[in-house]
Structure formats: structure tokens, C-alpha cells
Ligand binder design. Structure first.
Ligand code: PMP
Length: 422
């Protein structure tokens, strides 16, 4: 009995058994915030959810029925690469954004999130170098960091990742450095930055990938949600060595966990091996629903509804920021997607300000979560406009402006007294 007890205690104290890579992973403040987001007195600008209430019930039912009616397939194990008919549908829908890809070379994943994990699992040994925008998608940092690469970040401006800074970093890394594995980018309406990489920079990035021998991982969950400006070709459309990631989460349903990887055939085979150990196959039921939705329902009309609705919300946010934010505050101007990136004066800590914001009935995602070291981005925040109504967004920005103004007043007093430098 006593032996059993001590075994149990040992289990309870398992932290000393936990792999080092897990102990290095930080809990994400952003994920914890989702709990506060459910309080009725809080308006949340912290999340990144699509508004699935915009989906027509008839289309959802039709897609679900297709999955139910084919139960011999959809309730059974599937192949690791996914359902061929779904891969075919995804090849069809990317054709009109300029990508030509064969369905036999598609890997269907459990959301784009699994794709990020599989890519790091396939390519990264501890100490390898991965380049990303800084800030970048939190879920990508979480997925990559489990494989212990060194993640180096490159700043962006209004035209996306800065190629001058990338070139400097590449020179430091050196040509032909075997540690350099891939560069991860979200070229359209970046999460969290909201910025879009210009066509010139996309071309330059592809050139650099050949010159310095690294893979480009192009993550494009928001590409179809453009509210102004013209469509930019994905890099995968003009270079076959790019790995392109897509997902149905923002165009259809985030609750169905379906994404895809379009990569060169040799890479696809290796990722397939990595995926076998993860889940053998993604949900066949979800994949069937996705195929039916994009093949048998007027999904483009629904997409237009998403675009119109999110655009109204985006405009409400940008207008409210113009109206309420103090002049010291700067923000990006997203042409699509879900997010605006806000930069406060360097002396304001957005994370510690969150408690006051919560008290004032609004929450946001503090900027440091989007950097691998969690140290930079302290004076910034990500605001989401896809989920709340225009009225709520305006009110949330008004509340947030009050909190920011309170902080700035305090700092202005310190600055005037010479206690801190501007
Ligand atoms: N990449 C980016 C840039 C994202 O913003 C998200 C979700 N917010 C994902 C990947 C993951 O998407 P999913 O797993 O739902 O397909």
C-alpha cells in the first residue's frame, strides 16, 4: 500500500519527469483571456474567432448530410493524406488565386495549426534556425517551440516583412548554413499585425530563399477576406518550392478542424510520415463536410457576406480609434483579415494595463505574446474586429481609450517632473 502511495506522489510531482521542451513553453496570456471573454460585461477584442452565425443553416445542413449519408467512409479511418475528393476541392478553390496543385500532393491537416506542428516536426532539430515576422502568430510560436529551434524575428512595416532586415539577418546566418530551415510568413493581413506583404517583397523573398537555401512556409488563412485593395498573388503561385498552408476555419467553420498543406511532392512524403505518428488521419467526417460545402453550396455568396460584415466591423474599429485614441497611439491599417496592431508609447506596458482594461469592460491581446521571447512588444496590443458588432466595437475602443488616456496622463506627469524620459 505504502509503495503505491509513494508511486502516486511521484506521479503528482511529475514536473521533474516532464520533457525540457515542455517546461520551456510559456502559458499564453491570450488563451487564458478567453475565460474573461465570456463575461457579459466585457467586450472582447482579444480573440480571433470567425462569426459562424453568418453561415446559412441550409448550407451547413447540406454539408453535414453529405457526411452522414456516406457513413461507411466518414465514420471509418481515413488515409493519412486525407480524402481525395476534399483535396480535389481545395485544389479547385486555390486555382482562382493563382495556385496550380495536384490533389495527390495535398495533405489535409487538422486545421492549419496541425500543419504548423507537422512542419516543425519534419524540419527542426533543436538549435535549428527558423525565421518569422516579429510579432507573429502565437500558435505558430507554440507549435515550433516544441521542437526547440532558435526563432529569429524580422520586423514588418506597412508593406510586410522588411527585406532589408531579412537580408541583414541572412548575412549573419551565412549562405548554405545547414541550421537555417524555413521562414514562416503570413503575407496577407498578418496575424497579429494586419499588414500585407507587397508583391515586390514577395518576389524578393522568393529570390532570397533560393540564394540562402531556406524553405518559405506561406500561411494564408485570411487571404480571401480582403476588404479593400487588389488581390496579391501568393508566393506558391510563382514558385513551386514554397509550402502553402490553407484552412477552412475563416471561410467556413473553425469548429471543423480542416486545413491543408500544398508542398513539393518530396516534402509531402516526409510530412506524411510525421503525420502518421500524430493522428494517422484527420477527421474524415469533417473533411467530407468541407468537400460538400465548397463543392455543393453557394459558398462564394456566403464569403461575400463574411467580407461585407467584417469590413463594417473593421471600419467601425478604425473610425473609433481615430475618434477616441490619444495622438501618441499608432496603429496599422489592415486591408483584410481580423486584426489591427496597436503601438503605444514605449513607456506604456500593455500587459500590466490589461487589469485596468478588464475593470473598464474591455480586453485585448497584449503584444508580448506574439514574440518568441515574450520580452518585446510590451507596448503593443492586438485588437480583433471580426466578432463583435460595430456598436460594441466602438464602445470597446472608447473604453480602451479611457484606460490608455489614464496611463498617458500619469506618464505625462512623470515626464514633466523629469522622473522618466520620453
Ligand atoms: N495560422 C494563422 C495565421 C492563424 O491566425 C490561425 C488561427 N487563428 C491558424 C494558422 C490556425 O488555424 P486553424 O487551425 O483553425 O486552421
Amino acid at each position: 500500500m505504502s509503495g503505491m502511495k509513494s508511486a502516486h506522489i511521484k506521479f503528482e510531482t511529475a514536473p521533474d519527469k516532464v520533457a525540457k521542451r515542455i517546461t520551456k513553453m510559456r502559458p499564453s496570456a491570450v488563451r487564458l483571456l478567453f475565460a474573461a471573454a465570456t463575461r457579459p460585461d466585457i467586450i472582447s477584442l482579444a480573440g480571433g474567432m470567425p462569426d459562424v452565425s453568418l453561415l446559412p443553416k441550409s448550407a451547413v445542413r447540406k454539408a453535414a448530410r453529405a457526411a452522414v449519408d456516406d457513413q461507411a467512409v466518414t465514420l471509418q479511418y481515413g488515409g493519412t493524406n486525407g480524402l481525395f475528393e476534399t483535396a480535389q476541392v481545395f485544389c479547385d478553390i486555390v486555382r482562382d488565386i493563382g495556385i496550380r496543385h495536384k490533389p495527390e500532393n495535398v495533405i489535409i491537416t487538422t486545421g492549419a495549426q496541425e500543419a504548423l506542428d507537422l512542419i516543425a516536426k519534419t524540419f527542426c532539430d533543436p538549435g535549428d534556425i527558423v525565421l518569422t515576422e516579429g510579432p507573429t502568430y502565437l500558435g505558430a510560436l507554440q507549435a515550433f517551440s516544441a521542437y526547440e529551434p532558435e526563432i529569429r524575428t524580422i520586423e514588418f512595416d506597412d508593406e510586410g516583412m522588411r527585406m532589408d532586415l531579412l537580408e541583414e539577418e541572412l548575412q549573419r546566418i551565412g549562405k548554405g548554413n545547414p541550421r537555417l530551415k524555413f521562414l514562416y510568413t503570413i503575407p496577407n493581413f498578418q496575424n497579429p499585425g494586419g499588414v500585407t506583404m507587397s508583391p515586390e517583397r514577395r518576389k524578393r523573398l522568393v529570390e532570397l530563399s533560393h540564394e540562402y537555401d531556406f524553405i518559405i512556409v506561406e500561411d494564408d488563412p485570411y487571404g480571401r477576406l480582403r476588404y479593400e485593395g487588389g488581390h496579391c498573388l501568393p508566393m506558391r503561385a510563382f514558385d513551386d518550392s514554397v509550402i502553402y498552408l490553407g484552412t477552412i476555419s475563416k471561410m467556413f467553420a473553425a469548429g471543423l478542424r480542416v486545413g491543408w498543406i500544398m508542398a513539393p511532392p518530396g516534402v509531402t512524403a516526409k510530412i506524411n510520415l510525421a503525420k502518421q505518428g500524430t493522428d494517422l488521419s484527420g477527421s474524415v467526417f469533417d473533411q467530407k463536410m468541407a468537400a460538400a460545402y465548397f463543392r455543393d453550396t453557394p459558398w462564394q455568396n456566403t464569403l461575400q457576406k463574411f467580407v461585407k460584415t467584417y469590413d463594417k466591423r473593421r471600419r467601425a474599429m478604425l473610425a473609433a480609434m481615430e475618434e477616441f485614441f490619444p495622438p501618441e497611439v499608432k496603429w496599422t491599417h489592415p486591408e483584410g483579415g481580423f486584426f489591427v496592431w496597436v503601438t503605444l508609447p514605449s513607456y506604456v506596458d500593455a500587459k500590466s494595463m490589461l487589469a485596468e482594461a478588464l475593470d473598464n469592460g474591455v480586453i485585448y491581446a497584449p503584444g508580448d505574446s506574439f514574440y518568441p521571447d515574450g520580452k518585446r512588444g510590451r507596448n503593443s496590443m492586438r485588437l480583433n474586429f471580426s466578432y463583435e458588432s460595430p456598436e460594441n466595437i466602438r464602445e470597446a475602443i472608447r473604453r480602451l481609450a479611457e484606460v490608455i488616456e489614464g496611463r498617458l496622463e500619469l506618464y505625462r506627469a512623470f515626464i514633466n517632473a523629469g522622473a522618466i524620459k520620453e
